[in-house]
Design a protein around this ligand. Structure first.
Ligand code: I3S
Length: 128
């Protein structure tokens, strides 16, 4: 029974379109490259897909496609990014691996919801 449960996909906590850039890899600073991404928060992971609206406007399904990348949120640090971008509504995420991302939306309530969901997941992982 337990293996069956383990094989089940994690519950999706949140999914949506955000602007994303990686700013560090293993602690080494990277040049920003903002892209629109389909982001899925599920289990311990944040998973990034190509944004269907940008890459294929005609009904491409992120859930049936291979993720571009995913990160393990355990031990990650979540902050509002201040002085890290000229954009507004920017979340800064630093993983234990030293990989860092900025996530942004022009819509203030959308980014607040993401911040809240990420905070909730990080809190749960801390309590585990
Ligand atoms: O923090 P930076 O380096 O000023 O970030 C900006 C640059 O990455 C810029 O690209 P290039 O200077 O590599 O051409 C991007 O177009 C901007 O979007 C970056 O700044 P923002 O403030 O948008 O995060």
């Amino acid at each position: 029974v337990s293996s069956k449960v383990d094989d089940m996909p994690h519950e999706v906590e949140k999914a949506g379109q955000l602007n994303k850039t990686k700013i560090a890899e293993g602690g080494r600073k990277l040049r920003k490259n903002w892209n629109s991404s389909w982001v899925v928060l599920a289990g311990n992971s944040l998973v990034f897909y190509k944004d269907p609206k940008v890459h294929n406007p005609s009904g491409w399904k992120p859930s049936h496609s291979k993720p571009e990348s995913s990160v393990d949120l355990r031990g990650a640090i979540l902050e509002w990014a201040r002085d890290m971008s000229s954009k507004k509504n920017v979340i800064h995420l630093r993983m234990v691996t030293g990989n860092e991302f900025l996530l942004q939306s022009d819509n203030e309530s959308i980014i607040y919801e993401w911040h809240q969901s990420l905070r909730k997941v990080l809190q749960r992982l801390e309590d585990e």
